[in-house]
Design a protein around this ligand. Structure first.
Ligand SMILES: [Zn+2]
Length: 321
């Protein structure tokens, strides 16, 4: 099944967006000051301290285990070492040096337009908080966002790249808009989820209003299997939606009727920021997840004719914050 795509109005007829050549260049951003928090790791159940530190222009998003004397882990697709339960960054030469569940923090960094941050974490995973990106957005709002004296770059997708696996697919193709346009669909046997589609253009405003608050979800029988395997020790109804057939087990229910597919789109916003810069592309997918999100980036960068690295222009989209 192809996902439904809600088309955006062409910018040339919107009357609100000057042609790219006349727009000023966008600049890079970091945080105004460092900020720390403590939360539970979904899989270890451990109490983990996360610190976001400002970083100079050109630094990028870089992770570091503060409890190890180990190499830095740049937030890049080629540092992803596992995608089975979450997106995991790691050092192939040092199996201890790994950080799991980076995707919701990466989504918030992408959605908030933060280019340069050093992420310190004193354990093997990023705290899960409520299973959404809302707390990461709150942290960045508390730290403040500051412009830097350097031009922001983006990656334009020039040719369609597609990866498939067991009836699922994702595809990156040239964008009809200035930013990242996402259109995903899911189809779960569990009646409480079923078939859902969602599409949006990523801007700071749409990230906050449409994506950031949607929580991760799991099926009850999967949780029981994870617990038997010693995983998801920190998992609870406070940090995930749990589905059993047509039932939502969380007493407070869903935050919106299509919270499941909105969370999958939010995951993709995080996984795709592992390109190393914001993408100008159309991203479509069906029944996709962290594995295909990483594979499509590897396929994109394996073909030098499929992309280009260009200065980004300031966004004048009607929905930009
Ligand atoms: Zn997620």
């Amino acid at each position: 099944m192809e996902p439904m795509i809600r088309s955006a109005p062409p910018e040339s007829v919107s009357g609100l967006t000057p042609p790219p050549a006349t727009r000023p260049l966008a600049v890079q951003h970091t945080l105004h000051h460092a900020i720390s928090c403590v939360g539970t790791g979904l899989h270890t159940g451990a109490c983990i301290t996360l610190t976001l530190q400002p970083a100079p222009a050109g630094h990028g998003i870089v992770f570091k285990r503060s409890d190890l004397n180990a190499a830095l882990l740049p937030a890049r697709f080629d540092y992803v070492v596992d995608t089975r339960l979450s997106t995991v960054l790691g050092d192939v030469n040092n199996p201890t040096n790994r950080i799991a569940t980076v995707e919701h923090l990466m989504a918030a960094l992408n959605g908030c337009g933060i280019d340069n941050v050093l992420v310190l974490v004193n354990g093997p995973e990023i705290p899960v908080f409520d299973g959404s990106a809302a707390d990461f957005v709150f942290l960045m709002d508390c730290a403040g966002r500051v412009a830097q004296d350097a031009v922001r770059h983006r990656i334009d997708v020039l040719r369609t790249v597609r990866v498939e696996q067991n009836g699922a697919f994702v595809e990156l193709s040239p964008a009809p808009v200035q930013n990242l346009h996402l259109a995903l669909s899911i189809d779960f046997p569990a009646e409480a989820i079923g078939k859902q589609t969602f599409s949006t253009e990523l801007t700071p405003a749409t990230f906050r209003s449409e994506l950031a608050r949607n929580r991760t979800f799991t099926l009850r029988h999967e949780i029981e299997a994870l617990h038997k395997a010693g995983l998801a020790r920190g998992g609870s109804l406070d940090n995930a939606i749990v589905v059993d057939g047509d039932q939502i087990l969380n007493p407070s229910g869903l935050r919106c009727p299509d919270e499941f597919i909105r969370h999958k789109v939010m995951d993709a916003v995080g996984d795709l920021y592992l390109a190393g810069a914001p993408l100008r592309a159309r991203f479509t997918g069906h029944r996709s997840g962290h594995c295909l999100n990483n594979k499509v980036l590897r396929a994109l960068f394996a073909d030098p004719s499929a992309w280009r690295y260009v200065p980004a222009h300031a966004s004048f989209s009607r929905v930009a914050a």
